[in-house]
Design a protein around this ligand. Structure first.
Ligand code: DMJ
Length: 670
């Protein structure tokens, strides 16, 4: 049926068809949504065009007003929120990196909570401890004092995550503070050693509290012990008390004439549990190690290997002989700092007490003058004599404010007269700059995460690396760290750069941005490929990456001058950190492959291992007849630790490794 509405001639007519439902409602009460919709529609159609236009205009007007007021309310709300964040910032941020009087930020990853030009450190997920805590090593490496009282870093970070998730702004939670996403415990409040220390510190092993069950050594660790013993046999038979073994000629080479290999290997023997060998070496240190010699030593090399080795052995063994020797060499190295700029000379005559730069220049290497700090600072803490620490801190403070950096990246040389960087414009994470970056982070951790200039320089440098030095190779698209020379990128990467994944992972473990860990994961894959893509399965000293895919070419290219392998540790070192922090067994497997290849191509049957000249020739890798001291000091030590599932075997919340793999205590352990 149809209905027609008559009226003015301008009125429209509609016809409505009623279905059964509507029909039922006719004459009765029908409040169904459909009925109401239709009734409204009918009324609307009954209005004149003018009426409809007025109504539509009014609706449109109201909609515009609504939108405007919504936007301005949003602005007001935002400014209120920002103000409260600003208030928080003011409370915790002046001066910029001051961490005193902290507050708990509910969401530290917010951009608003950042200050200055520095990159944001986003809140990192707590690294999963991969292993069951199985107690301390079987070597009496014990927890430093106060360790049992403190919460673990994992607990702390988990607590922060929960806070963030719950969006709680509870300022009462005082145990955690956040600086640009870095999670820091105010509890870590031990001051760096004060100049008023009267009593020398004790070694960390003496501060032990907890005794735990020993963790059994596994087969891969046994293989490392076997490799160490084989290397040691060569050293003992042909080079005892000398610097380096020449395993093929069954003789030795002298660098400083200070038993470098023996000292470098002391703490490795301790960690591997080689008591007999350790005792024998100790006797040599007690009876034959004499520093009163008219000999020029390199400040950096003797600091990281000799001073570092003696200090760590003192901490692990608690034997004061090693501290006495450390004091002796530390004092003898001090003349290096007597320069017009206080930037130390590269060489010191430890018998005469004189120092000088290399013959051809008055420059020192940046990595060398900025990678002696962990050792000298620790020496001050142990002896109570501040002069060691003051000398090396001054270098860091000076470098902190020096111009000539490129987004935190430093040149390779610094002049000992002017104190200025020289040879500007060349930036690398490899030789001559590498451990500058490593020691920024490690000093910050050693000192209880309070020296913010160090953290600031480190974080800025990593941003510089990302901005200027990262590229991807073809065909496998491996992320690598190249070099920059006067604005030109070079796809060259030293094996030395492979310390970086481990350092990045250590930073992330200590609360720095999660993307540092991501970068660590991609870079360690690259470092592994530097081994895996080579015929012997051993990395050359330097590789060049292909930036363009070419048929039949791998990512890694090797120039004839770069194809030697010096038994270096950096990749194994990073594998160790990666395994500790992720528990991913592939890192152990990669390390195992590398150990087997060292055994295959560098092991000398009569004792010792040798550097080789050609990693591309498995049938003749061309032995160089030299076993570097760091093979025992670092490479085999990191192998042993990599294969261990005992996180308390040199616990990374209690110890910080110097750049020669000598563990020194963190002053305020997590
Ligand atoms: C070691 O002496 C140290 O690791 C240093 O930082 C770099 N070179 C060697 C090992 O390759």
């Amino acid at each position: 049926s149809g209905a027609a509405a008559a009226g003015s001639p301008r009125r429209d007519f509609i016809s409505v068809t009623l279905g059964p439902e509507e029909a039922v409602g006719v004459g009765g009460y029908n409040n169904s949504k459909a009925w109401r919709r239709r009734s409204c529609w009918r009324k609307w159609k009954q209005l004149s065009r003018l009426q409809r236009s007025v109504i539509l205009f009014l609706f449109a007007f109201l909609a515009v007003c609504g939108a405007i007021s919504y936007t301005s309310m949003g602005e007001t709300w935002k400014s209120i929120t920002n103000k409260s964040l600003d208030d928080q910032r003011t409370e915790q941020q002046i001066p910029r990196l001051k961490l005193a009087n902290p507050v708990v930020l509910p969401a530290p990853q917010k951009a608003d909570a950042n200050h200055g030009d520095y990159p944001e450190l986003s809140l990192q997920k707590p690294p999963k401890p991969p292993h069951v805590r199985r107690g301390p090593s079987n070597l009496q490496i014990k927890a430093p004092r106060r360790d049992t009282r403190l919460k673990t870093r994992h607990d702390t970070m988990r607590a922060v995550e929960e806070l963030v998730e719950a969006h709680k702004v509870e300022k009462t939670e005082k145990s955690i503070i956040s600086w640009r996403g870095a999670v820091i415990e105010p509890d870590q409040s031990t001051e760096p050693p004060s100049s008023k220390i009267t009593e020398p510190e004790k070694p960390s092993s003496v501060e032990a509290e907890d005794q735990k069950e020993p963790v059994p050594i596994n087969e891969r660790q046994l293989a490392v012990i076997e490799a160490f013993r084989h290397a040691w046999k060569g050293y003992k038979d042909f080079a005892w008390g000398h610097d380096e073994l020449k395993p093929l000629s069954k003789s030795y080479s002298e660098w400083f004439g200070l038993g470098l290999t023996l000292i470098d290997a002391l703490d490795t023997m301790w960690i591997l549990g080689l008591k007999e060998e350790f005792d024998e070496a100790r006797k040599w240190v007690a009876n034959d190690l004499v520093f009163d010699k008219n000999v020029d030593v390199n400040l950096f090399e003797s600091t990281i290997r000799i001073l570092g080795g003696l200090l760590s052995t003192y901490h692990l063994s608690g034997d004061s002989l090693f501290l006495e020797k450390a004091k002796d060499i530390g004092n003898r190295l001090m003349p290096a700092f007597k320069t017009p700029s206080k930037i130390p000379y590269s060489d010191v005559n430890i018998g005469r007490g004189t120092a000088h730069p290399p013959r051809w220049t008055s420059d020192s290497t940046v990595a060398e003058v900025t990678s002696i700090q962990l050792e000298f600072r620790e020496l001050s803490r142990l002896t109570g004599d501040e002069k060691f620490r003051k000398a090396v801190d001054e270098v860091m403070k000076h470098v902190h404010i020096l111009s000539g950096k490129n987004d935190g990246l430093v040149p390779m040389f610094i002049n000992t007269n002017s104190g200025q960087f020289t040879h500007l414009g060349v930036y690398t994470l490899g030789a001559r700059a590498d451990s500058y970056y490593e020691y920024l982070l490690k000093q910050w951790i050693q000192g209880g995460k309070k020296e913010n200039e160090l953290l600031e320089d480190y974080v800025r440098a990593i941003e510089g690396v990302k901005k200027h030095l990262l590229q991807r190779s073809e065909p496998k698209k491996l992320t690598f760290v190249g070099e920059l020379a006067h604005g030109h990128f070079s796809a060259k990467m030293d094996h030395l750069v492979c310390f970086l994944p481990g350092t990045l992972a250590l930073g992330a473990h200590n609360g720095l941005a999660a993307d540092h860990m991501k970068l660590a994961e991609t870079l360690i894959e690259t470092c592994y490929q530097m081994y895996a893509q080579v015929e012997t399965g051993l990395s050359p000293e330097i590789v060049h990456f292909n930036l363009h895919a070419q048929k039949g070419h791998k990512d890694v290219e090797i120039k004839p001058a770069d194809r030697h392998n010096l038994l270096r540790p950096e990749t194994v070192e990073s594998l160790f950190y990666m395994y500790r922090f992720t528990g991913d067994k592939k890192y152990q497997d990669w390390g195992w492959e590398i150990l087997q290849n060292f055994n295959r191509y560098t092991r000398v049957p009569t004792g010792g291992y040798t550097s080789i000249n050609n990693v591309q020739n498995p049938s003749n890798p061309e032995p160089r007849d030299k076993m570097e001291s760091f093979f025992l000091g670092e490479t085999l030590k990191y192998m042993f630790l990599l294969f261990s599932d005992d996180i308390d075997l040199i616990n990374l919340d209690r110890y910080i490794f110097n750049t020669e793999a000598h563990p020194l205590p963190i002053w305020v352990p997590a």
